[in-house]
Ligand binder design. Structure first.
Ligand SMILES: NC(=O)c1ccc[n+]([C@@H]2O[C@H](COP(=O)([O-])OP(=O)(O)OC[C@H]3O[C@@H](n4cnc5c(N)ncnc54)[C@H](O)[C@@H]3O)[C@@H](O)[C@H]2O)c1
Length: 258
């Protein structure tokens, strides 16, 4: 039933084989989607090489740099996408960043620059990518972003990233409201804690995972593949009536009060 054959999907946020975006890319590919992949460029081209090798078995037909802090790169990405694909169907926003110093200790110590960086990369980027994607997306298209419970409840050390996720989840609602008339749906997945490059910057991430394993109804945390499956569902016609929502893929942790 879950069939994405004939759909074109742009996936951002793959850094390595632990990335949630990698789990999503694999599940979209398995469901039949044609993939485009972006990577974060760095001076030595390390990410590019690593991501290119990783995604090669999924045969992406677009592979381009995209630093979401760089408007020229975003516009160049979507110009290339328009030339190569014409229109497309799925945008996966699976990226975030905050300075490590701002991911432990006292929230009140967050610097002006650190706050701005975290919100720019982790929240504003969704709106900026949606703006560029909007004229190129087919009716029935879907945008999916990744959030975390720390945007709704206080999680020790998550700090400024929690504020960024709150802004991200509200951006999902405003974008869903706007893009609904073009029949483009916008949703977020709030994933349980998973060990990745980004999460390793959050102070006490292993304690968070162990806590979830103890408390969550399923007595474990989730995998990249489970998040990928949920993303594939949200991008498919099976979810055609769902927009503006935050879907918890967290082994049930969010429902627990104690
Ligand atoms: N790992 C978790 O426990 C968890 C839980 C819930 C939500 N999330 C969210 O999932 C998403 C993916 O994170 P992940 O855990 O897979 O870690 P990850 O480190 O694998 O992915 C983060 C990605 O963000 C990219 N990125 C950072 N700055 C960027 C920029 N300026 N421009 C473009 N890309 C940039 C990195 O290149 C990387 O690919 C993030 O939004 C994260 O907050 C993670």
């Amino acid at each position: 039933m879950l069939n994405l054959t004939g759909k074109k999907a742009l996936v951002t946020g793959i850094a390595n084989n632990r990335s949630i975006a990698w789990g999503i890319a694999q599940q979209l590919h398995q469901a039949g989607a044609e993939l485009g992949v972006t990577y974060l460029p760095d001076e030595k081209g390390r990410f590019e090489k690593k991501v290119r090798e990783l995604v090669e078995p999924l045969h992406p037909t677009i592979f381009l740099p995209c630093n979401v802090q760089n408007d020229e790169q975003i516009d160049a990405l979507f110009a290339s996408l328009g030339e190569k694909w014409g229109k497309f169907d799925i945008l996966i926003h699976c990226l975030a960043f905050a300075n490590k110093d701002d991911l432990s200790g006292e929230f009140s110590a967050t610097s002006r620059a650190g706050f701005s960086t975290a919100l720019e990369i982790s929240s504003y980027s969704l709106t900026r990518l949606a703006k560029a994607a909007k004229p190129l997306m087919n009716e029935g298209g879907a945008i999916v972003t990744l959030s975390y419970l720390g945007g709704v409840k206080v999680i020790p050390n998550y700090n400024v990233m929690g504020v960024a996720k709150a802004a991200l989840e509200m951006s999902v609602r405003y974008l869903a409201s706007e893009l609904g008339s073009s029949n483009i749906r916008v949703n977020a997945i709030s994933a349980g804690p998973i060990r990745t490059l980004a999460s390793s910057a959050v102070g006490g991430i292993l304690d968070m995972i162990h806590h979830v394993e103890e408390i969550a109804p399923l007595k474990r945390t989730v995998t990249q593949t489970e998040v990928g499956n949920a993303a594939a569902f949200l991008c498919s016609d099976l979810a055609s009536g769902i927009t503006g929502q935050v879907l918890y893929v967290d082994a049930g942790y969010e429902i627990m009060g104690m």
